[in-house]
Design a protein around this ligand. Structure first.
Ligand SMILES: Nc1ncnc2c1ncn2[C@@H]1O[C@H](COP(=O)(O)OP(=O)(O)O)[C@@H](O)[C@H]1O
Ligand SMILES: [Mg+2]
Length: 332
């Protein structure tokens, strides 16, 4: 018997457009010979499944079920492909927990925690992982913290605390540029993070669980001709090279892998996450920037590149994620 799986896509934020691009790969590559997949779009207007003949079936939110031609469909697990809220910040995870439905991402607490960049670096630092010095500013009350930010070592990075895709972010090289950078970031979010700049080569690495084993995917180096990996560098062709696997000395690669695995364990992650890091040569240590708990899955995205570089097919990879979720099914 095929396992009945819901695949959720869409989302409520601007990142929904990226979710729909990831959905193309995920829907094409998931193994239909072992899974009966129902795509469900989660949009601000409705949660629905579209049948082959184009009928829009609304989800019954009481138990996350569908009624198709008089037959009730329930699911054994959920493959989550939503970037941004509510699929990456713990909200859907909390809902699925209430429905007793296992899913492929990190749990509700880890998703909510890692969606907040400041809380992420705070927990990581507590576990001995290197992170940048930073100050956390709140729109309604930020005089003292702004004074602190003003005394930090230049250059600085100013970022919306809960954003993604580098929107509203600035690199500040001169003191007088701090105030406009803060204004720009506060237009995106009520919380802003001011970090000291970490110099070094930038890497990003996917980590996932396969059965009981934690697998570190081949490391990718991000090389951009821009000042940093900003929105344009991320989404317009020609500004960035992503090299997978990165050309690295084995000792450095091993440090990055060890740090990535430790982060996965410290945050009690599940499913696949992608960790952004900068390797500081002077100290010979990797610094963690952030953890992405629903990393992009478009054909050109980093995680699919890394999966292929490891010699796996995407089909095997998505099956591994779904099987781990299915193994968490609560026996009542
Ligand atoms: N403290 C920092 N030092 C150096 N570069 C940084 C720092 N913070 C962010 N960056 C640069 O900005 C990019 C985006 O920052 P990141 O924290 O990963 O947010 P996003 O969610 O937008 O990807 C990074 O990929 C990196 O190039
Ligand atoms: Mg990032």
């Amino acid at each position: 018997m095929k396992r009945v799986i819901a695949f959720v896509t869409g989302g409520y934020s601007g990142e929904a457009v990226v979710s729909y691009k990831s959905a193309i790969t995920m829907e094409a590559e998931v193994d239909k010979s072992i899974y009966d997949i129902y795509r469900i779009d989660i949009t601000p207007d409705a949660w629905f499944h579209k049948t082959k003949d184009g009928k829009k079936i609304p989800v019954d939110k009481n138990d996350f079920s569908l009624l198709i031609d008089g037959k009730k469909i329930t699911f054994e697990a959920v493959l989550i492909g939503i970037h941004g809220t509510p699929g990456e910040d713990g909200k859907l995870q909390g809902y699925f927990d209430l429905m007793n439905l296992p899913y492929t991402t990190c749990n509700a607490a880890t998703s909510a925690l890692t969606f907040n960049k400041r809380y992420t670096v705070a927990v990581a630092a507590f576990a001995g992982i290197r992170v940048s010095h930073s100050v956390h500013l709140f729109k309604q009350d930020n005089t003292e913290a702004t004074a602190l930010a003003d005394r930090m070592k230049l250059p600085l990075f100013v970022k919306p605390n809960n954003g993604g895709s580098s929107i509203g972010m600035s690199k500040v090289n001169r003191r007088e540029d701090l105030a406009p950078a803060l204004q720009k970031a506060f237009r995106e979010d009520d919380q802003v993070l001011v970090e000291e700049f970490i110099s070094g080569r930038e890497f990003t690495v996917g980590v996932f669980r396969n059965g009981k084993e934690i697998i570190i995917l081949p490391i990718t180096e991000v090389k951009t001709s821009k000042d940093f990996f900003d929105f344009e560098a991320k989404y317009s062709p020609g500004f960035t090279d992503e090299i997978t696997p990165a050309a690295l000395e084995e000792s450095v690669a091993e440090k990055i892998r060890r740090t990535a695995k430790k982060i996965y364990q410290v945050f009690n992650c599940s499913g696949v996450v992608r960790i952004d890091m900068i390797y500081n040569e002077a100290q010979g240590e990797p610094y963690m920037l952030e953890i992405n708990t629903v990393p992009g899955q478009t054909a050109a995205s980093v995680v699919p590149q890394q999966v292929r570089a490891m010699g796996w097919t995407l089909k095997q990879f998505y099956s591994a994620l779904i099987e781990v979720a299915l193994s968490r099914t609560k026996k009542s």
